[in-house]
Design a protein around this ligand. Structure first.
Ligand code: SF4
Length: 268
């Protein structure tokens, strides 16, 4: 019996994104278990709506401030936090444990499927639009992230919950301080314990440092499947670039594509 591979037709916007990534047919053939049918890209569609620069507020968050004046103290021990997600959200909404509360419009707790999603996506800190809407991954970086998920097929196989390592926006887009990350971390750990994702996708070095506690570069963390030890068991973790960094540095897009494919293959 002849085994005919299913045909995968890429939309023009998917093709545009792949062109931006520098992903060619040979790489696609290695990555996807389907025959590809590339349709001509209409001239009216831009090469990418992603490569227009990065909001300063998100770029600056890619560097963690570690000055000696900050003393890192968790907001509360993880064991003392509510076991109910609604109660935890309310606690975060009223939190004043670090100085970021003074500059926020609202805390950005998280959004998405709250019961055992396939992926928990963890970014670094809310941006300006997140702060205004109360939802994570708004703005251009968030739109780029959705395009990436759709293009690599991740969104078809998965449900998602989105959050950040920090729940409040650093005012003026400054880099988060280590003390702020440490203070806020128990909230993220409690979210993971309660939401119980099948896997975690960490976006950016700062978030990776917070979650994995490994003092190494983002480049060293990428490519491996790490493990996060949650209350209910081990969760596989993949680390890649924050989409805001991809908006600024297009040369990282091909590597991000590989990371996304690795994520897609992880739970197949
Ligand atoms: Fe509390 Fe975290 Fe907001 Fe700081 S960033 S005020 S620890 S919720």
């Amino acid at each position: 019996m002849t085994n005919i591979a299913p045909k995968c037709v890429l939309s023009p916007i998917q093709q545009a994104w792949l062109q931006e990534l520098g992903v060619d047919r040979r790489l696609l053939a290695d990555a996807l278990p389907t025959r590809l049918a590339l349709e001509p890209t209409p001239a009216s569609i831009p090469a990418s709506d992603a490569a227009q620069g990065e909001p300063a507020t998100e770029v600056q968050q890619s560097r963690l401030v570690t000055t000696s004046e900050q003393r890192a103290v968790p907001a509360q021990p993880l064991s003392s936090l509510p076991q109910d997600l609604g109660a935890l959200r309310a606690l975060v909404a009223d939190c004043t444990q670090c100085g970021l509360h003074a500059g926020r419009h609202q805390a950005v707790f998280g959004e998405g499927q709250v019961e055992t999603p396939t992926w928990m996506v963890i970014g670094e800190a809310p941006g300006d639009q997140d702060d205004e809407t109360g939802k994570p991954f708004q703005g251009r970086a968030g739109r780029l992230l959705q395009t990436m998920f759709q293009t690599c097929g991740l969104s078809e196989q998965a449900s998602f919950y989105y959050t950040n390592a920090l729940k409040c926006r650093p005012r003026g887009g400054r880099a988060p301080r280590q003390s702020e990350i440490v203070t806020c971390l128990p909230f993220l750990q409690a979210q993971i314990n309660q939401i119980r994702p099948s896997a975690i996708l960490v976006l950016g070095w700062l978030a990776a440092q917070a979650l994995l506690q490994k003092k190494t570069s983002l480049e060293m963390l990428r490519g491996d499947v790490h493990t996060y030890r949650a209350e209910h068991g081990d969760i596989p973790v993949i680390v890649t670039y924050h989409p805001a960094a991809l908006l600024l540095k297009g040369q990282y897009k091909a590597q991000a594509w590989r990371d996304m494919h690795k994520a897609r293959a992880l739970l197949c």
